[in-house]
Design a binder for this molecule. Structure first.
Ligand SMILES: Nc1ncnc2c1ncn2[C@@H]1O[C@H](COP(=O)(O)OP(=O)(O)OP(=O)(O)O)[C@@H](O)[C@H]1O
Ligand SMILES: [Mg+2]
Length: 349
């Protein structure tokens, strides 16, 4: 159907000129009864009004629209684009121009929202970072000051203060290492050295290396019954060691005395293996679950149990697993326990 809605300016001028010329030439024909006169009147009125209307549209409306286009396409126009603005653009209908401007506005709105989110993220990051650094630095400062003010010659406290200073220096070192790790992960610089290895063997090695801490807390670490038969995965063994160590350390930290930690591994389909570390510790309440993989994010319960953690462990785990093209997820319930699972590729020959 013919519609006047989506006409380009030239079509619009031609249409209006036609609408003007037809009745006038008909009138001339009825008055003069000479069809040549009527034709002449039609040509003169149609041609004249076409030129006049297109001039007015071009001069007062489309020039301004072209200016708007220059603003919304921020990059400087090339010669080809200039030609486009000059000769092709005026062919667009007002409706198409409106759509272009609306699309531009939506795109900008999205960009602004993203910038706002990033700004918020940056603020939180700096706040967290300074907080994490402040605590050990102030502690070191206090111990050193006390030692210098005379405690150094007091054999009862000097060693204890030096040990505490050393522990805080360790904490700073760990924090710096974690930050270093996370910034290189976020820059996408992680190079994976993938190989085939048996996941159960790796879990046993990690249990072994953390056995002193586990014994001190009377926590029993095991591999779930039925999951003992060796499963070979294809991944970067050292990076996955770091992930499982972080998860088991968390389970050790956030479990009660006498608790237990269980590792389970399953073949999900022909291509993937699911590894899960479960504990029956304090658990994580539902409101915290969506955020625990964010850097520096810690629950209040977590903070009150472990004052030295920085909240970077799980976010490092997530980066490593995602660099493998896999996923990591959490299931947890307060006072019941936590399970964190991730997938890996099965062996590759
Ligand atoms: N197994 C778990 N049980 C209960 N809460 C957990 C468990 N694992 C993680 N959390 C919660 O998630 C938070 C984030 O864990 P994450 O490992 O990232 O940091 P962290 O252990 O506090 O510090 P870091 O690992 O950097 O030393 C913890 O502070 C804790 O509140
Ligand atoms: Mg941790």
């Amino acid at each position: 159907m013919f519609s006047t809605k989506n006409l380009s300016p030239r079509q619009l001028s031609a249409f209006t000129a036609f609408v003007l010329a037809v009745p006038v030439s008909l009138l001339v024909y009825f008055v003069e009864k000479k069809w040549l006169w009527a034709l002449g009147a039609f040509v003169v009125i149609a041609g004249g009004s076409y030129l006049l209307i297109s001039f007015v549209l071009e001069r007062f409306i489309y020039r301004k629209i072209k200016l708007i286009y220059k603003f919304i396409y921020r990059t400087k126009a090339t010669r080809k684009e200039e030609t486009y603005y000059k000769y092709i653009l005026p062919q667009k209908s007002i409706d198409e121009v409106r759509e272009d401007v609306e699309a531009w506005a939506a795109e900008n709105e999205e960009e602004i929202a993203m910038l706002r989110r990033n700004e918020q993220y940056r603020k939180e990051f700096l706040q967290n970072l300074s907080h994490e650094f402040k605590t050990p630095v102030f502690a070191i400062q206090a111990y050193v000051d006390t030692l210098l003010q005379g405690a150094l010659s007091n054999p009862e406290v000097n060693k204890k203060f030096l040990e505490k200073t050393s522990r805080n220096v360790d904490r700073l070192t760990n924090l710096l290492n974690d930050l270093d790790e996370i910034s290189s992960l976020e820059r996408g610089e992680l190079i994976l050295y993938k190989q085939n290895f048996v996941i159960q063997d790796l879990v046993k090695e990690i249990y072994e290396s953390l056995s002193l801490i586990a014994e001190a807390n009377q926590i029993h670490c095991s591999i779930k019954k039925g999951c003992e038969s060796p499963l070979t995965v294809f991944a970067d063994q050292e990076k996955i060691r770091q992930v499982i160590t972080n998860l088991v350390e968390n389970s050790l930290k956030y479990s009660k005395k006498g608790g237990s930690i269980t590792a389970s591994m399953y073949k999900t389909d022909g291509k993937h293996i699911l590894v899960e570390i479960s504990d029956d510790g304090i658990g994580i309440s539902e409101k915290h679950l969506p955020r625990i993989f964010e850097r520096f994010y810690r629950t209040d319960e977590g903070r009150s149990i472990d004052v030295t953690g920085s909240g970077l462990g799980l976010s490092i785990c997530k980066h490593i697993i995602e660099a493998h093209g896999q996923t990591i997820h959490v299931r947890s319930r307060e006072s019941i326990g936590t399970t964190i699972g991730f997938t890996l590729d099965t062996r590759r020959d």
